[in-house]
Write a protein that binds this ligand. Structure first.
Ligand code: ZN
Length: 341
C-alpha cells in the first residue's frame, strides 16, 4: 500500500519530541513554545498518532485507514479548531460548517477562532466516535480563543466525553485565558538545534544557498518556520546585509515583499540592532550589516516605540504600498537623525 503522507510533514527536530507526548494521559494537553518552533505541526502529529490504528513510537504509521483519512483530510474523528487565517495559510481543512463559511465569504478571514467554529467543535465532541481510537480536537493557537469562544468550549474541555482528547498549542502560554490553561497539562516544545534547522531549510528551498539559509535563520532569531517564511519571500544574505544601509537612504529593498505584520517585525529587528550597535553591543539579527554612522540613540528609541505601537495595528488591511512608504520614510529619519537638525 502507498504510505499516506501527512498534510504537515514532521520536521526532524520535532520528531524526537513525539514519543514522550504520545504517552501523555491527560485528556487535554497544551503544547507551549515560542512562535515559529512548530507547535501546530507537532499537535497535528500527536493527534494523528492517537488516531492511528497501528502507531509506532515515532507516531502515525502512514498505512492504516485512519492515516488515509488524515491524508485525504476527511477524518471523521478529527476536528481542527483554527482561525480562518491559519486554515488558509496551511491548507488544513476546518470542520465542515467552518470550512464552508471560510470558502463562501468575501470578507477578510478571521485571525481569531470564531465562536461558531467552537460551537461546531462542541457538537463534534458529543457525537460518537467512528473508530476504536477515539476522537481528537486540535486547537491552535490557543491564545486566539476569545472569551466567547473559550466559554463555548470550556465545559467540554473540563469534562470531555469518554474517548475524546484535546491537543491545544500556543505560542504565548501567558496570553491563553486562565480558564482554558488551567484545564490542560502543559508540555514544552523544545528549541531546535541550528544545524538541523539549516538542513531542513535547505531541503525546503533547494535553490537557496547555505549563506541565504544561515542569514534568514539569523534574522528569524533561530525560529525555523519564520526562517522558512523569509526564504519563501525570496530574502537573500546580501539583502539582509544591505537592508539597514538601504533604509538609511530611504529605500525599502526586500521589505516590499513582506506583508503588514512581517514588515513591522523586520523593522523592529533593524531598530533593535541599530540601538545595540549605537550602544556598543553586538547586533543580533543583522550580524554582517553595515550601519550608518553616526546614529542617534534618542531617535532610534522613538522609532522603536513607534514600531511597537504600529505592531498592534499591523494586521489591519492597510494599503500595503502606502504603509511601506510611510515606514521606510520613518526608518530613514531614525537612522539618519542627525540630518534633521
Ligand atoms: Zn496509521
Amino acid at each position: 500500500m502507498t504510505p499516506h503522507a501527512p498534510v504537515l510533514p514532521l520536521p526532524s527536530w520535532l520528531a524526537p519530541q513525539l514519543p514522550r507526548l504520545q504517552q501523555a494521559t491527560h485528556a487535554a494537553v497544551m503544547l507551549s513554545g515560542p512562535a515559529g518552533v512548530g507547535q501546530l505541526t507537532l499537535a497535528y502529529h500527536l493527534a494523528a498518532a492517537w488516531l492511528c490504528e497501528a502507531p509506532t513510537a515515532q507516531g502515525m504509521c502512514g498505512q492504516c485507514p485512519s492515516c488515509g483519512n488524515l491524508h485525504a483530510q476527511t477524518h471523521p474523528d478529527l476536528c481542527l479548531l483554527l482561525p480562518e487565517t491559519v486554515a488558509a495559510a496551511t491548507g488544513l481543512m476546518l470542520a465542515p460548517r467552518a470550512q464552508a463559511a471560510l470558502e463562501g465569504k468575501d470578507t477578510k478571514p478571521s485571525q481569531w477562532i470564531r465562536v461558531d467554529a467552537a460551537l461546531e467543535a462542541v457538537e463534534f465532541a458529543q457525537r460518537t466516535r467512528s473508530r476504536q481510537q477515539g476522537r481528537v480536537v486540535v486547537v491552535y493557537p490557543a491564545e486566539r480563543l476569545n472569551t466567547e469562544s473559550a466559554n463555548t468550549l470550556l465545559k467540554t474541555l473540563e469534562e470531555p466525553p469518554p474517548h475524546l482528547r484535546f491537543v491545544l498549542a500556543t505560542e504565548q502560554a501567558a496570553a491563553v485565558l486562565p480558564t482554558v490553561r488551567s484545564r490542560c497539562q502543559l508540555q514544552a516544545v523544545h528549541w531546535p538545534p541550528a544545524p538541523e534547522v539549516l538542513d531542513w531549510l535547505a531541503q525546503q528551498h533547494p535553490k537557496a544557498s547555505a549563506a541565504d539559509c544561515q542569514a534568514c535563520l539569523q534574522l528569524a532569531g533561530g525560529l525555523p518556520e519564520k526562517a522558512l517564511a523569509l526564504l519563501g519571500a525570496g530574502l537573500t544574505q546580501s539583502e539582509c546585509q544591505t537592508l539597514p544601509s538601504l533604509l538609511a537612504k530611504g529605500q525599502g529593498g526586500a521589505l516590499a515583499r513582506l506583508s503588514g505584520p512581517d514588515l513591522i517585525e523586520m523593522l523592529q529587528k533593524v531598530a533593535h540592532d541599530a540601538l545595540a550597535t549605537v550602544h556598543g553591543a553586538a547586533p543580533r539579527f543583522f550580524v554582517q550589516a553595515q550601519w550608518p554612522h553616526p546614529m542617534q540613540p534618542m531617535a532610534l528609541q522613538q522609532w522603536a516605540s513607534q514600531l511597537n505601537d504600529d505592531r498592534r495595528h499591523a494586521a489591519h488591511p492597510f494599503q500595503a504600498s502606502l504603509m511601506l512608504d510611510a515606514h521606510v520614510a520613518m526608518a530613514q529619519r531614525a537612522l539618519h537623525a542627525r540630518r534633521q537638525a
